[in-house]
Design a protein around this ligand. Sequence first.
Ligand code: NAD
Length: 424
Amino acid sequence: GVCLNVGCIPSKALLHAARVIAEVEEAESFGISYGSPKLDIERLDEWKGEVVGKLTGGLAGLAKRRKIKVVTGEARFTSAQEIEVGDEKVGFDSCIVAAGSRPVDLPDLPDDDRIVDSTGALQLEGPPKSLLVVGGGIIGLEMACVYDALGTKVSVVELTDTLIPECDRDLVKPLQKRIGERYEAIMLGTEVTGMEAQKSGIKVSFSGEDAPESERYDKVLVAVGRRANGDRLELEATGIEVDDRGVIAVDEHQRTSVENIYAIGDITGEPMLAHRGSYQGIVAAENVAGEDVIYDARSVPAVAYTDPEIAWAGLTESDAKEQEVEYEIGKVPWAASGRALAIERDEGLTKVLTEPGSGRILGAGMVGPNAGELIAEIVHAIEMGSTATDLSLTMHPHPTLSETVRIAAEAAQGIATDIYAPKR
Ligand code: NAD
C-alpha cells in the first residue's frame, strides 16, 4: 500500500537525509564544519528506492513462505463471494478490504506536472528552486522539511490559523519557530483561490489577511487531506455500506455490514495512520480465523516526523479543554534535560496529562528530536491504565530524552526535583 511504497517509508528515508544535512549545519555552533553539502539527487532517490525495495522484497518473501497467492491488478467486487482482477475471478469465503485512501484534489487545478501530490513530491528529480506546499498538515510539513534541506525555498499555505490543527499549540510552537526562520513564508488563515500554469512557473493566487495577492512557484505540492477509496471497488455488488466520503463502516470486530467481509485501515476513516491499519488487520484476521476479537486499542499515537518531531497520544490538552475534562498536567521544557542540551536541541517540550485523584495517565505530547520514539512509553502507559506514579517509579536511563517523560509525570504530581514545579 501507500505507506511502504509511496508514504511513510520513502518519506522517512528522505527525512533522515534532511536531518543529516541539518545536523551538519548545526554542528558549526560547536566547532565542526564540513562546508555545504554536495547533493547527488539521483543517488539519493535511488537509495530511497533501495530502502523501499528491501521491505517490499521481504514482504513478497514472507507471502511466498506462507503460501499466499498474490494477484496483481485492480480489483472489483462482483458479489459478496467474488472479486474480479482483470480477467481473473477470485472467489472467497471471507475478505478483508484494505484498499486505503488517496490524496484529496483541490478543485479546478490546471493539469500540469509541476503540481504534485505526496506521491509526486517523493519523486525527487532536481529539487525546484521554489515550492509552495498547500496544506499545513503532517504530509505537507514533512515534505516541506525534506525540500528545505535540499535547498528549495519553501512556502506553506494553510487554511486554518494554525499548523497541524489537531495538535496542541504548545507542541507546534517549536516547529513553527524553526521553520518560520528557515522557510520563505508560512501563510496561515489563507486560502488558495486559483492556480495558473505559466511557462516560468505556477502562478498561485491567495486570499488571506497577510497573504500576497499572487506568487509564482516552480512546484506546488497539494497536501490538503486524504479520501477513503470505498468508491473505487464497486462495493454495491456486495451490499456493503459506504458513505459519501468513501468510508466503509465497520463494527468493533472490523466487520462491515456484510457478515463475511471485513475492512481495515484508511478505508475505514480517520485517523488514517498505518499503525492503526495494521492493528485493525490483526483483529480482522483473527476473526476470519474463527476467534472472537475486538479492536479496543486505548489510544492511537500520532507523530509528525518533522524537524523537530511532534508526537502525542491519548487526550490532548485542547480536547480536554473543549470537552471540559478535568486534568492535571506536568510539563518539562527540554532546556532542563542534559541530553537535550548535549544534542543542541533544547527547544523541546514533554507534557503528561493525568486524571485528578487517581493520577491515571490520560494523554501526553512531546516535541523534539525522537519524539516519535518517546511516545511509545505513553501509549503503553495508557494501554496498561498506568498512573503518574507508575511512570515516576520507573527508572529511566540517564541521560536520555526519555527522562522527560518521568519528570513530566513527577511534575503532574508536584514532586519533580529536576525542575521547579511545586505542588498545586
Ligand atoms: P491533513 O488533513 O492532516 O492536513 C491537511 C491540512 O490542509 C489541514 O491543516 C487543512 O486545514 C489544510 N487545508 C485543507 N484545505 C486547504 C486549502 N484549500 N488550502 C490550504 N490548506 C488547506 O492531511 P495530510 O497532511 O494531507 O495527511 C493526510 C492523512 O495522512 C492524515 O490522516 C495524516 O494523519 C496521514 N499521514 C500521517 C503521517 C504520519 O503519521 N506521520 C504522515 C503522512 C500522512
